[in-house]
Design a protein around this ligand. Structure first.
Ligand code: FEO
Length: 173
């Protein structure tokens, strides 16, 4: 069944929001690189790839339902932060906003009795729980270790090992 117009509209907005997230993380990756934190830069770049995969999942879903994809301009993102902790706190706030947007999509799909979209969005709801939790873990570690010295050096080394695995190709976490 062709996708309903209201659902199509919110999913198109979500494509833009996911690409904006990707853009934000790429900017954060560049900032980390400039601070000499190559591991954090790698973690953020993998995050950029994940957000791109999220955007494509929405894109492809709309097409599968014979809907229109209407790509809008991607808004400007910040390019500097006061500290590593500040950047991760902003990241956490950002992921909470994304969660609210996903919840909104879910509510619209439910109101329109679009069960297929409700089912697809369940994956994103679970994914957001993991995204928020991952960021909170890093915030805790930065607070514990401080931003200078050996501790953060080891955390940077650890984050350098993160490898992109397309989350959309696996069941929800
Ligand atoms: Fe696509 Fe981090 O939410």
């Amino acid at each position: 069944m062709k996708i309903n117009t209201k659902v199509e509209e919110v999913l198109n907005k979500q494509i833009n929001a996911e690409f904006w997230s990707a853009y934000l993380y790429l900017s954060m990756s560049a900032w980390c690189q400039q601070q000499g934190l190559k591991g954090f830069a790698n973690w953020m770049r993998v995050q950029f790839q994940e957000e791109t995969a999220h955007a494509l999942k929405f894109n492809d879903y709309v097409l599968t339902r014979s809907g229109n994809v209407a790509l809008e301009p991607i808004a400007k993102v910040d390019h500097s932060w006061n500290s590593l902790l500040h950047m991760f706190e902003e990241t956490y706030k950002h992921e909470c906003v994304v969660t609210e947007k996903i919840n909104h999509c879910y509510e619209v799909a439910n109101a329109e009795k679009d069960h297929a979209t409700v089912s697809m969005l369940q994956w994103f709801i679970d994914e957001q729980t993991e995204e928020e939790s991952n960021v909170l873990d890093i915030i805790d570690q930065i607070k514990l270790l401080g931003e200078k010295g050996e501790g953060i050096y080891h955390l940077d080394k650890q984050l350098a090992t993160r490898v992109f695995v397309d989350p959309t190709q696996t069941p929800a976490p």
